[in-house]
Design a protein around this ligand. Structure first.
Ligand SMILES: *Cc1c(COP(=O)(O)O)cnc(C)c1O
Length: 419
């Protein structure tokens, strides 16, 4: 991992050190040195009204805010939100960042700001369900032609409509089942017809993958998840290249998107331990995944870090690590026994969202959220978020819940179509 590589020592006297990204994660977005005593963290600056000493100063701020981070009105940001924007831009190697009150707001604002009536959107079949809902209901009402492509992206080239396709929207790995996509290939296709490539990067949370370095124009983050990391705030971001930022910033201002400075400060606090937490989430998730894979009741475990996962090669090529999200398919298709399994869990809360320190479980029905291609899943499914608890406790909990569920463990008849 680059984060662990040693900084290259410079032989020149007085040369500035080049901190690794592990160190920069702890430094970015903090009050600068050289201006006297200062707190370690940026102060929480709460404001609606900002007052000026002269009309000239007021006018200058309103002019400068088009291109720079200046204090002009609370909705346009304060030093707390500016610090978070800068930290996320650095983390994602972007030009600038637009913040939103939720991850969903970030995704829908990207779609609304960049698409016009008559234009065509290609969006992954494995997209986060509320974004799918937005695309199926509100985008057609705005005249945008919205088409889903297969969760593995194999049909994107065939579905492109040069001159009409204005955006390819990806989420990697895909929601619920962690389907992988080849981002550089999607970026080349988007470029070939002048379309935007927007990537929901919430899974990697800006740390495990940087879509902009692979050719994307925008990286969408639900900072609600691992960046916040403690299940106590909602926040979204779109980290942009130079082409996308002005459009998103203008649309955001026009539609009154803003973020509370308290939430921005909490997100910055969460950021400092992002690498540490992701490492432990991944380690625990792999321990749980390997344990689940040995249980007779289990048909399959979905996590791209597992060597037999169909997306493993792409994940290894593009990602710097994994996280705590996995899905499990039980042989038993009965939703009642599956729900009994979830109800019996004691260490796992029953709840949506994820990325906090704690373990979660929810029953899922991936077939209901897919519209492209044949669906091969035959059992019943549960999505787990593996938290920072002891993996021994988590496996013990899963064991007793499997017993309590009384699954029929006999695997169904082999399906010749299923590899
Ligand atoms: C949770 C999530 C979102 C939305 O985040 P909120 O802050 O809850 O609105 C968007 N995309 C993905 C992939 C998510 O998991």
């Amino acid at each position: 991992m680059p984060g662990n590589s040693r900084p290259t020592a410079s032989p020149e006297a007085g040369a500035r050190m080049q901190p690794t990204r592990t160190t920069r994660l702890l430094q970015t977005g903090r009050p600068p040195a050289g201006q006297g005593p200062r707190p370690v963290n940026p102060p929480v600056m709460r404001a609606s009204t900002v007052v000026f000493d002269s009309v000239a100063e007021w006018r200058a701020a309103r002019q400068q805010r088009q291109t720079r981070q200046v204090l002009s009105y609370g909705a346009r940001g304060t030093q707390t939100t500016f610090a978070l924007e800068n930290a996320l831009s650095e983390l994602e190697k972007g030009h600038r960042t637009q913040l939103y009150p939720t991850g969903l707001a970030a995704a829908t604002q990207v779609l609304m700001a960049l698409l016009r009536p008559g234009e065509h959107l290609l969006i992954t079949d494995a997209v986060y369900a509320p974004v799918r809902h937005f695309c199926s209901t509100w985008l057609p009402a705005l005249g945008v032609d919205c088409e889903f492509y297969a969760a593995d992206g194999h049909d994107v080239a065939a579905r492109l409509r040069p001159g009409k396709t204005r955006m390819i929207y990806a989420e990697v790995p895909g929601s619920l089942l962690n389907d992988m996509l080849d981002l550089p290939a999607l970026a080349a296709l988007a470029r070939s017809c002048g379309a935007w490539l927007a990537v929901d990067n919430t899974w990697a949370s800006g740390w495990l993958l940087n879509p902009l370095t692979l050719g994307a124009d925008i990286s969408i983050l639900a900072a609600t998840k691992y960046i916040a990391g403690h299940s106590d705030l909602l926040l979204g971001a779109a980290v942009c290249n130079e082409r996308a930022y002005p459009v998103l910033a203008h649309f955001s201002e026009s539609t009154g998107q803003t973020v509370s400075p308290d939430d921005a400060a909490l997100a910055l606090r969460g950021l400092r331990t992002l690498e540490l937490r992701l490492e432990r989430h991944e380690r625990n998730a792999l321990a749980v995944a390997q344990w689940l894979g040995r249980q007779p009741a289990v048909a399959r475990v979905f996590h791209p870090a597992l060597p037999d996962d169909p997306g493993h090669a792409l994940w290894k090529r593009d990602f710097k690590g994994g996280n705590g999200l996995l899905a499990v398919e039980f042989h038993d298709p009965d939703p009642g026994r599956r729900d009994r399994f979830v109800d019996a869990l004691e260490c796992f809360g029953i709840g949506a969202s994820w990325g906090g320190f704690e373990s979660l479980a929810v029953p899922i029905d991936p077939a209901a959220l897919r519209s492209v291609g044949a669906w091969h899943g035959r059992g019943s499914f549960v999505r787990l978020h593996v938290g920072l608890e002891s993996p021994e406790d988590l496996c013990q909990d899963l064991m007793q819940a499997i017993v309590a569920a009384q699954f029929t463990t006999a695997p169904p008849q082999p399906d010749p179509d299923r590899s």
